[in-house]
Design a protein around this ligand. Structure first.
Ligand code: 5GP
Ligand code: ZN
Length: 115
């Protein structure tokens, strides 16, 4: 576990969250400050600080994260309408929590370019 890492604590069940999916590898839960009608965070259970820290051996994990996003999009009914998956990396990317996560946003039309 990453020392004092909020998302490690959420993954371990030490901090409560509104969980929507979990398995051995991945946990998905609702963002505490939603930016869209659906705003879910997908994280690996294992502490990986940023996308830059993904290794070749993490291919399967990355696949599982995206499979989970697709599954949730279908289950929650916004797959056809559309959605956005976002990863913020480091300071300029807007990353606040140093545990790799993907934002799954849906339920409204997304703007482009992003802010
Ligand atoms: P980042 O800016 O690092 O890409 O995104 C971090 C996200 O985590 C933000 O959207 C923020 O609202 C969310 N977040 C921060 N603290 C908590 C928390 O304690 N619980 C949940 N569910 N989400 C959180
Ligand atoms: Zn962590």
């Amino acid at each position: 576990m990453g020392r004092d890492c909020l998302f490690c604590k959420i993954a371990a069940g030490e901090i409560p969250c509104q969980k929507v999916f979990e398995d051995e590898w991945v946990v998905a839960f609702k963002d505490i400050e939603p930016q869209a009608p659906h705003h879910i965070l997908l994280i690996p259970r294992r502490h990986i600080p940023t996308t830059l820290d993904l290794a070749a051996s993490d291919q399967a994990l990355l696949g599982r994260l995206f499979q989970t996003a697709n599954q949730l999009a279908r289950q929650l009914g916004f797959a056809d309408e559309g959605f956005r998956i976002v990863n913020n990396c480091n300071d300029f990317g807007g990353q606040v929590i140093g545990h790799l996560h993907f934002h799954l946003l849906a339920g409204r039309r997304m703007g482009w370019p992003p802010g």
